[in-house]
Every structure is written in structure tokens, then in C-alpha cells.
Design a protein around this ligand. Structure first.
Ligand SMILES: [Zn+2]
Length: 274
């Protein structure tokens, strides 16, 4: 999907759809326990979760910047289409100057690789410092459940294939008019990127929400992939409130389209941005 670009502080932004990710509904978790979890699964109303996997291309004065990189060829034929979407948008991989990574999970970072080659020949890879530090240290591996250890391999491969082109980014400004906002919980370094200025801004929130509408309405609904579920809930609630109050346009790794957040009851609702 390459809808009409939206413009924020000199960046034209398009979504690059990598594909649709499916998982059984029982990966849903809930902060208030089993009864709330069962209700959240029932609310989904289907046996499987089906969510978009997105990355984004930003065209600005400094050339092309991506936010995340999709799955590449790593996750099968339902995914890996961001590369074709990028080509359809007239962007060659050598045109990409830098890639802002929200976190080091496969659906966001494996597209950086082509087997044992870097897919992007010249791009600088910018990674939240807390993810690079945590997953870059093998001594932390044992502290993470086995099914969440893939990010250690991604961090090692990133340093190996992109040697000298990996930059760690602290919270705050990372590029002109782009700010890194830490959203810890999904991973310790998981972050969003805020593009624009006070007048008009877009927040790409990575995986702060996976089931966008359901988690906006009930931010205590989570999925198993969050490393620290309670911290993820706090980050989710906080960023939804900030986005609602500031009037930011939002999207993310698993959001369909560009949206705006408004407060509704004890939670929030997502509306189409345009
Ligand atoms: Zn994801």
C-alpha cells in the first residue's frame, strides 16, 4: 500500500506494507488477569490475530530515511513485500541514507539483511541505545525467555554486516525535526519516532500497540511479545495520552493507515487522520 504521502516538517511520509502477520488469538494477555484475558480474546472475535506489518519511507531534504525495514526474506511469502513497495515508490535501496529502527525484533529489522549481506549498501542504521546495549551483550541472553532471544542474533548480525554504520541513539533529537521517544516495555529500548514540529507532527510508535483499536480502547490488553508487560502497559497509556493531547497523527509497525487519538471513557479511540 502506497497511499498519498503525508507531509510533516518537510518530510513526505509513505507506508511500506511488508505483509500481514497472523498468530493465534491466545497470544493476547491482560494486566488484570485471566478473566480479563479471556474477555479480551472474545472481544477480538476471531481465532487469529491478523495485523499489518509496516515500515515507512520519509523523503526529506537529507534524502530518504526509513523507519524500520520489514522482514526481508526471513518470514515467508505472506511477508517481505516492503522491498517491492519501496521500489514501486521509486526508491532504490542505494538511495536510502539512514534507517531508524524502533527495536531489534525480526519484523522490524530482518529486512536489513540479505543472507549474509547488508541489503542497504550505504545506509546508516540508527538504533535506540538501550536496545543496542541490551541485545548487544550476550550475558543478558539467559535473562530473556527462550522465544524472545532472536533480537540477540539480530544485534550481532547488525554489527557484523553493518560494521561502522551502526549508530546508537539516545532519547531526544536524532535527525532534523525527528525525535526519538523511548517507549520501553515491548523491549527495553523500544522507541517511537516523532516527526515534525509543534504545528504538525507524526508519531511512528513502533509496537506500542499491536491490536491498535482494541489496545487503544483498553491499554491493559497486551500480547505475549512484550518483554515487560507492565512497563508496556504504562508506555502505551502514556503515549496514547500524549498523542491525544498534542493532536499528533500516529501510525506504527502494526497500525493500518494514519490515525489520530482521542480520549474515550477510561481509554482512547483511534480515528482516521484525514
Ligand atoms: Zn512488531
Amino acid at each position: 500500500m502506497n497511499a498519498q504521502p503525508l507531509s510533516f516538517a518537510g518530510y513526505e511520509v509513505i507506508t511500506l506494507l511488508d505483509g500481514i502477520f497472523e498468530a493465534p488469538a491466545d497470544i493476547i494477555v491482560h494486566e488484570r488477569g485471566e478473566a480479563a484475558r479471556t474477555a479480551a480474546i472474545a472481544r477480538l472475535g476471531q481465532e487469529k490475530i491478523r495485523i499489518d506489518v509496516n515500515c515507512f519511507a520519509l523523503h526529506g531534504a537529507g534524502g530518504i530515511t526509513l523507519v524500520d525495514a520489514g522482514t526481508g526474506k526471513a518470514w515467508g511469502p505472506a511477508l517481505g513485500h516492503a522491498r517491492a513497495a519501496m521500489a514501486d515508490a521509486g526508491i532504490a535501496r542505494q538511495d536510502v541514507g539512514r534507517i531508524l529502527i524502533t527495536h531489534l525484533h525480526g519484523d522490524h529489522a530482518l529486512g536489513l539483511f540479505d543472507g549474509e549481506e547488508p541489503w542497504f549498501p550505504t545506509a546508516e542504521i540508527i538504533v535506540p541505545e538501550a536496545d543496542l546495549r541490551f541485545y548487544g551483550d550476550e550475558t543478558h541472553r539467559a535473562a530473556v525467555p527462550e522465544n524472545k532471544r532472536g533480537a540477540f542474533d539480530i544485534a550481532a548480525k547488525l554489527q557484523r554486516l553493518y560494521a561502522g554504520r551502526v549508530r546508537s541513539a539516545a532519547p531526544g533529537p536524532v535527525l532534523p525535526e525527528i525525535e526519538l521517544i523511548p517507549l520501553p516495555g515491548h523491549s527495553f529500548g523500544h522507541s517511537g519516532y516523532l516527526i515534525g514540529d509543534e504545528e504538525r507532527a507524526l508519531l511512528l510508535w513502533g509496537d506500542a500497540l499491536h491490536l491498535a483499536d482494541q489496545q487503544a480502547e483498553d491499554p491493559e490488553t497486551g500480547i505475549l511479545y512484550d518483554l515487560d508487560a507492565a512497563q508496556a502497559v504504562a508506555s502505551r497509556r502514556d503515549i496514547l495520552a500524549r498523542a491525544a493531547d498534542a493532536g499528533w497523527v500516529v501510525s506504527g509497525g502494526h497500525v493500518t493507515g494514519f490515525r489520530k487519538v482521542r480520549r474515550q471513557g477510561s481509554g482512547f479511540a483511534l480515528e482516521p487522520a484525514a
